[in-house]
Design a protein. Structure first.
Ligand SMILES: Cc1ncc(COP(=O)(O)O)c(C=O)c1O
Length: 518
């Protein structure tokens, strides 16, 4: 039977992928991979089993290996094996969580897991609820559209022209994930009406400036309706100051959403000992996005949007109640199954019951697994940051931390020696360091033994001599872009000190090889 054989082939792949010396990434151009995968072949008649296992093995051989601790590339890592069982189960069941009767177990699990997460986020147990979405971006889109329609209910039928004079406007920090901008674009708010609030040097939104910008918007006849704060920014892993932002949102009566796609598990599961700034102000935020497929190891995709005031808010804002699917008039309905038709609270129709795989993980490992996993990630991040700070400069270059890690991302430079001796630091230095980081990173990745990434962010410095924070305005801040740096997210539980040493050694080795003639 195909399914039984699949288990063997896939287990073999996982075992192989976890070995120390396994290739993580094959740095081959698309045209070579296209040939290896035989993508021109669409047979008239089926090719049969042995050819299919050959295809599956080829796909595995050309895939990026996320099962290895050397995969330090993005904000997700190896999926947990029990998560993969859940993923497989979803495929086998093929249940659709748009209406209760098409996915009874999946629906009940989704509502229970979402309610539990929402309670951990401090939402009142009577109303705490949520839904899964295929990714944090979709969760953010749904909450922005919900907040928009709650504030301007007439949009639902009359469209945006009905509120043109109100000029709706959205606020988020300049380090927020681009999904907030895309959500505003999709919601018809427009990119020009997304205000990007500057951050401090560690990447946290500046609440004094947020307040100023909100006031400016109101004074200019705009209507602020949505503030997004980020818990765990995509690059620096910073957490915006939620208490201060909540005060401001109360004052201006705007929806406060927290995009905790990356960092909110730290607030929900690890207590405040490891990351004290990752704390959700009790009951003061309207909604939260959390992605168990990032820090918690659920297989892609597994993301929740959690709502403080229940799912009816989403139903009201986004639902249409199409009678051919959502049978609110079912004469034999004797229970609450109608309110469990989750699809109508979304912009979509068919949905995977993704919560099932996270629920199986939670049952199998228990909450303590999440706590241990997060604490390990945090310890590894602090250890890597220490190693960067303490590692002596050598013949190849000098290590510099971008900022103290606030959560589980470590950002740093390795400044090549030739750049250090070539003169004073300034725009040329920044440009050269930017290029060097990107080339070094590519070279490390081409080795196939590690896969890591680089990034850059904008920061702001004050051009005024006044220290009075009340005088702070966007006008006396100057934006500058940091040269690209290495960004290492530590979310794989198999990462050890050996992995961290390998990261630093590989960067030094790549630098030496690249610049041996300089
Ligand atoms: C802070 C933050 N929000 C949202 C997202 C988007 O999540 P997804 O890739 O699941 O759509 C990311 C992705 O990295 C993120 O870092």
């Amino acid at each position: 039977m195909l399914l039984a054989e699949a288990s063997e082939v896939l287990s073999e792949y996982v075992q192989h992928s976890q070995q120390q010396d396994t290739t993580i990434f094959r740095d081959k151009p698309p045209e070579i991979l296209r040939q290896e995968l035989d993508l021109s072949l669409f047979p008239e008649h089926g090719v049969g089993k042995s050819e299919i296992w050959h295809d599956v093995r080829t796909i595995c051989a050309t895939a990026t290996n996320t099962w290895n601790s050397g995969f330090l590339y993005k904000l997700y890592a190896a999926p947990t094996p029990i998560g993969v069982v859940g993923e497989t189960l979803l495929g086998v069941l093929n249940n659709n969580a748009h209406v209760f009767h098409a996915s009874p177990a999946g629906t009940l699990i989704e509502t229970a897991v979402a309610a539990k997460l929402a309670q951990l986020a401090g939402f009142p147990s009577q109303t705490a609820a949520g839904l899964t979405f295929p990714g944090g971006s979709y969760a953010n889109l749904h909450v922005l559209m919900t907040a928009r329609n709650e504030r301007f209910p007439e949009i639902k039928s009359a469209g945006l022209c009905a509120v043109a004079s109100a000029k709706p406007v959205v606020f988020t920090s300049c380090h927020a994930h681009y999904s907030i901008d895309k959500a505003a674009m999709a919601a018809g708010i427009g990119l020009d009406s997304v205000v990007h609030v500057p951050t401090d040097q560690s990447g946290c939104m500046d609440p004094v400036i947020l307040r100023r910008m909100l006031q400016d918007a109101v004074d200019n006849g705009q209507t602020p309706f949505f503030v997004n704060a980020t818990m765990g920014t995509t690059v620096l892993g910073a957490c915006d100051p939620l208490d201060a932002i909540a005060d401001i949102c109360d004052e201006f009566k705007v929806w406060l959403h927290v995009d905790g796609s990356w960092g909110s598990p730290l607030a929900l599961f690890s207590g405040d000992t490891m990351t004290p700034t990752f704390k959700i102000p009790q009951g003061r935020i309207n909604s939260l996005t959390i992605n168990p497929h990032k820090l918690l190891g659920a297989p892609l995709q597994c993301s929740f949007l959690l709502m403080r005031d229940g799912l009816n808010v989403m139903r009201r804002a986004l639902g249409l109640g199409a009678g051919y699917l959502f049978h609110a008039d079912n004469p034999d309905a004797t229970d609450d199954s109608g309110s469990l038709d989750l699809g109508d609270a979304t912009l979509g129709c068919g949905r995977r019951p993704d919560a099932v795989k996270f629920w199986l993980m939670w049952r199998y490992y228990g909450t303590q697994y999440f706590v241990d996993r997060l604490n390990h990630a945090r310890r590894m991040a602090l250890q890597l940051a220490d190693m960067v700070v303490q590692r002596d400069p050598n013949a190849y270059g000098q290590w510099r931390l971008v900022s103290k890690p606030q959560s589980t991302c470590v950002c740093f430079w390795f400044v090549p020696q030739w750049l250090l001796v070539s003169g004073r630091e300034g725009p040329d230095f920044d440009e050269s360091l930017d290029l060097a980081t990107r080339k070094i990173c590519n070279r490390v990745n081409a080795s196939g033994q590690l896969l890591m990434d680089y990034a850059s962010v904008d920061l702001f410095k004050s051009c005024s001599s006044s220290d009075d924070s009340c005088q702070k305005t966007i006008d006396n801040l100057v934006k500058y872009t940091l040269p690209a740096f290495f960004r290492i997210p530590l979310n794989n539980p198999d990462v050890t000190k050996t992995t961290l040493v390998a990261v630093l050694n590989s960067i030094e080795k790549a630098t030496r090889e690249l610049y041996k003639d300089k």
